[in-house]
Structures are given as C-alpha cells and as structure tokens.
Design a protein around this ligand. Structure first.
Ligand SMILES: *[C@@H]1O[C@H](CO)[C@@H](O)[C@H](O)[C@H]1NC(C)=O
Ligand SMILES: *[C@@H]1O[C@H](CO)[C@@H](O)[C@H](O)[C@H]1NC(C)=O
Ligand SMILES: *[C@@H]1O[C@H](CO)[C@@H](O)[C@H](O)[C@H]1NC(C)=O
Ligand SMILES: *[C@@H]1O[C@H](CO)[C@@H](O)[C@H](O)[C@H]1NC(C)=O
Length: 241
C-alpha cells in the first residue's frame, strides 16, 4: 500500500515535470516569429518595465501601438523608460497629469516611424513624436548623438538611450534611463498648476488604485498561471498523505 502510494507520487511528479518543462520550451521560440507584434509582451520579456507597461495599459496606448504596428508600414519607435526612471521622478509627477495628459506623455515616447540607431545621427531636430507635430513646435524632442551614444532632450530633461530592446520589421524599442518630460506640462517650475482642479480631483481616485496594485498579478499572467497547477499537485499529495 505504502509502495503504491510512493509510485503514484513519482508518476505525479514525473508528469508535472513533463508538463511544466515541455510547456516552457515550446512557448519560447514559438512566440517570436508568428503573430502580430505586441509591445507589452516585448517589454515583459525584460523585467524592468512594469511601470511603463502599467501606463501603457491604463492609457490604452499599448493596444493603440499594437494596432498601429499591425496596420502601418512606416512602423514605430518606442522609448521605454525603466522602472528606475519612473521611481526617480519627483513624487506626484504622474498624478499631477490628467488622463488626457498621461496619454500624451506616453505618445511623447513614441515616434511615428521606425528609426534605427544610425538614423538618429542624421535626423533633424526637433523630431516628430505621436504627441504632436514638430511643424507646430508642439512637444519638441531633440536627438543628440555622438558615435553610438544617443541622447534625447525635451527642454526640461534629458534621457540616454541605454539599450536596444527590440528591432523588427517595423518596430524599434529602446530603453531610456529617464521619463521624457514634455515642456508643455513640466516647463514651468510648478508642474501641478496647469490642470484644472476639477479634472485633477477626478484623476486621483482613478490613478491611485492602479498605482497601488501589484504589477505581477496582472502582467506576468504566464508565470502566475503555472502556480495554481503546482499548488493543486501539492494539495493532492497532502490529501493522500
Ligand atoms: C499582449 O501581451 C500581453 C502580455 O503578454 C497580453 O496580456 C495581451 O493579451 C497581448 N495582446 C494581444 C493583442 O495579443
Ligand atoms: C491585424 O491585422 C490582421 C489582418 O489585417 C487582422 O486580422 C487582425 O485582427 C489584426 N490584429 C490586431 C491586433 O489589430
Ligand atoms: C548623453 O548624456 C550623457 C549623460 O548626461 C553624457 O555623458 C553624454 O556625453 C551625452 N551624449 C551625447 C551624445 O550628448
Ligand atoms: C532642439 O533643436 C532645435 C533645432 O536645432 C533648436 O532650435 C531647439 O532649441 C532645441 N531644443 C532643445 C530643448 O534642445
């Protein structure tokens, strides 16, 4: 009786092992070549963009980017600020923005063409972002390069392109070490003055639950899914013991 129970456990672990490992090895290579591009999935592969991913979700710009990638030959360039970049912002910086301004902030990190690192060297300033057109001098963003080093300047702050995260058919994603702050919202010394009070009052309850929820429970859905299965196996074993 004891022996057969032990045998069952071994089979259980054996099949659990097979299940988990065949699943992960099949998922890795299968994802990249087929299907439409997914900015969230690209950023999730690298562990340090949870705050930008959250902003892409709450502003729905992640979906917007995916749809544009699916329909555009021009492609897109995305400057993704790291979690460090967000946490080194002055406290309340994002909460000082209305929902509309948060959308513009994300769009300020997206260029309407795919640009390679070498193309930055020859582009003329200011470059056009999704937030506004450069002809009207809205949301100006300047590129400065020196060799392989690329910096972005907004007139308020500067960011360094520190890594190429992805380049594909029509998408380039670069890691930047600072959140790009547009002069329209942060040009004045007191950033909290611009939005109308009624609007910013409405914002706070909307954005607070989002910023207090854990990123991983929602975003790392793939990783979380495997946990209940493991828990179920251990619960089954505990039951039999
Ligand atoms: C993009 O990837 C995220 C995270 O992996 C996923 O939650 C979302 O459903 C994907 N979107 C599409 C359109 O496949
Ligand atoms: C992408 O384009 C294909 C073909 O035009 C369409 O079937 C699909 O629904 C689109 N997907 C997204 C996420 O827009
Ligand atoms: C980019 O910024 C860094 C940090 O401020 C600086 O050391 C570097 O020289 C700059 N490079 C260019 C091309 O402006
Ligand atoms: C950006 O570049 C334009 C054109 O060279 C220049 O007029 C402007 O002052 C620059 N702005 C910043 C913030 O560097």
């Amino acid at each position: 009786m004891k022996m057969s129970l032990i045998t069952i456990f071994f089979f259980f672990f054996f099949f659990f092992f097979l299940h988990c490992c065949s699943k992960t090895s099949a998922q890795g290579p299968a994802k990249a070549p087929s299907g439409p591009l997914n900015i969230t999935a690209i950023l999730e592969k690298n562990g340090q963009f949870s705050l930008f991913i959250r902003l892409l979700g709450s502003t729905q710009q992640g979906d917007q980017i995916n749809t544009q990638l699916n329909n555009s030959n021009m492609g897109l360039t995305v400057f993704a600020p790291t979690d460090n970049a967000f946490s080194s912002l002055k406290a309340g910086t994002l909460n000082s923005l209305s929902d509309e301004q948060k959308i513009k902030l994300v769009q300020f990190h997206v260029l309407p063409t795919m640009m390679s690192m070498t193309q930055f060297q020859t582009t003329s300033n200011p470059i056009r972002t999704q937030a506004g057109n450069s002809a009207a001098a809205e949301f100006p963003l300047n590129v400065t390069t020196s060799g392989n080093s690329v910096n972005l300047t907004t007139g308020v702050n500067q960011a360094t392109v520190s890594n190429t995260l992805f380049t594909g058919k029509n998408l380039a994603v670069y890691q930047v070490d600072s959140v790009l702050l547009p002069v329209e919202y942060f040009g004045s010394p007191a950033p909290a003055t611009a939005p109308a009070p009624s609007k910013s009052d409405k914002d706070v309850p909307v954005s607070n639950p989002k910023s207090s929820t854990s990123d991983n429970s929602v975003d790392a859905s793939g990783a979380v899914k495997s946990v209940p299965f493991g828990v179920a196996v251990f619960a089954a074993i505990a039951f039999w013991l």
